[in-house]
Ligand binder design. Structure first.
Ligand code: SAH
Ligand code: SF4
Length: 410
């Protein structure tokens, strides 16, 4: 069963929309120094107070999760009014929130055009599991790349997301899940029994994060700031299709965990599945992985491998995979292919996936098979695609039929 909240129903839209989007510049996504400069630049804070005020705002925005200056109680009423006149800390518009029968949640956000011609929409997915809650964040609207098995890849790049928009996905998810002090978790929500509701972040939503490097870097540094959102860098994973020139910088300048969308063990096949391979072939990709800063047995690279029936799922492929990764501290993540309307690929049979996984396990790799989550709301890997090309009902029904015929739904 899927619960979909229809935001066209009267009242519902207001309930989810935390604040009306405004044209005022947002303070979210600025570094502390930029925050101080913005306050001084607007003439509402004297230079000598800039640092202190920036710190105060930082705490309200990122520790307390406040989205309205009016709630910043240790700031004078006059200054709050001035802040509100010049800036915003409001959340973006949520167009739709869907809740899967397995507790997975998917939000469709709408952001201003910022040069894209019209407002843009992106998706963010929350996956609750025993002991952790993972938020899958988007970095771009669409993608410039065209991996042949990926739904997002069929949507052209509309634009990069800003630092604010990347962080807004985390802040809003935490609002909606009651993951800030003073906020309640919605009745019946499936969340980890203890600890933070959003304990992990994966940059595995729409887009190629390393083609939006600066904004992603800034957002992840704010998300991992110890005096703010405070997510450990060990719990943040950035997934790339293989933008080799940016891999070293990811380790040096961001310092998060790395995942590589590998999917094939030879250039001929990878050229077809992940076409960026033509530009940065396997030899270069593997060399960049071996040189990843901070790599150790305690800090391994995750290699993602989508299981495509009769394409890359033979035992020979498993052998080639083990050989290719020799010498790299690695985890292998087998992803059952998630179908979408119009695709020619099929997911490997369950038996094939298990055989493949066994071989890899025996070779000494932890190789969890990623259980598809939230398929009933098209929230699984590679199924994300935004409103601009939202699925027609007939396609949705076709997809459901395909999933039932294919490998069943748990
Ligand atoms: N652009 C980045 C991150 C987003 S995709 C990247 O490609 O790494 C997140 C993961 O989902 C990638 O490993 C991607 O290859 C995989 N994926 C894409 N489409 C999929 C599908 N239909 N089924 C299963 N996995 C898919
Ligand atoms: Fe883009 Fe990643 Fe999809 Fe490839 S798999 S098209 S890089 S989002």
């Amino acid at each position: 069963m899927t619960i979909s909240i229809d935001l066209n129903a009267e009242g519902a839209r207001d309930a989810l929309r935390r604040a009306t989007p405004t044209e005022k510049p947002s303070l979210i996504g600025l570094t502390r120094a930029e925050l101080g400069e913005a306050l001084v630049g607007a003439g509402i804070v004297p230079e000598r107070q800039a640092k202190m005020r920036a710190q105060q705002l930082w705490h309200w925005m990122y520790v307390r999760g406040v989205s309205d200056f009016a709630h910043m109680f240790n700031i004078s009423k006059d200054l709050r009014a001035e802040l509100d006149k010049h800036f915003t800390v409001a959340r973006p518009e949520i167009v739709e929130e869907q809740i899967s029968s397995d507790g997975t949640r998917k939000w469709l956000f709408r952001f201003p055009p910022r040069g894209a011609g019209r407002p843009v929409e992106i998706e963010t997915v929350y996956i609750p599991e025993e002991g952790r809650g993972t938020l899958c964040i988007s970095s771009q609207v669409g993608c410039t790349l065209t991996c042949s098995f990926c739904h997002t890849g069929t949507q052209k790049l509309v634009r990069n997301l800003t630092t604010e928009e990347i962080l807004a996905q985390l802040l809003t998810a935490r609002d909606r899940l009651g993951d800030f002090p003073d906020r309640d978790t919605p009745d019946g929500a499936i969340v980890p029994a203890e600890g933070r509701k959003v304990s992990n972040i994966v940059m595995m939503g729409m887009g190629e994060p390393l083609y939006n490097f600066e904004a992603v870097k800034k957002a992840l540094l704010i998300a991992s700031d110890g005096d703010g959102l405070s997510l450990s860098k060990r719990r943040i994973t950035l997934s790339t299709s293989g933008v080799v020139p940016e891999i070293a910088r990811t380790g040096e300048e961001i310092g998060v965990m790395l995942a590589i969308s590998l999917h094939a063990t030879n250039d001929d096949l990878r050229d077809l599945l992940v076409p960026i391979n033509k530009k940065f072939p396997l030899k270069d990709l593997i060399a960049a992985c071996k040189a990843y800063p901070g790599l150790s047995n305690a800090k391994r690279i995750t290699f993602e491998y989508v299981m495509l029936k009769d394409v890359n799922d033979s035992l020979d492929d498993a052998k080639a995979l083990v050989k290719l990764l020799k010498g790299i501290p690695a985890k292998i993540n087998l992803i059952p292919f998630n179908p979408w309307p119009g695709t020619n690929y099929q997911c490997s049979d369950w038996e094939t996936i298990e055989k493949f996984a066994d071989y890899i396990n025996n070779a000494g790799y932890a190789s969890p098979i990623r259980t598809p989550r939230g398929r009933d709301i098209l929230a699984a890997c590679g199924q994300l695609k935004s409103e601009s090309e939202r699925m027609r009902k007939v396609d949705r029904l076709a997809l459901e039929a395909m999933m039932i015929a294919g490998h069943g739904e748990a």
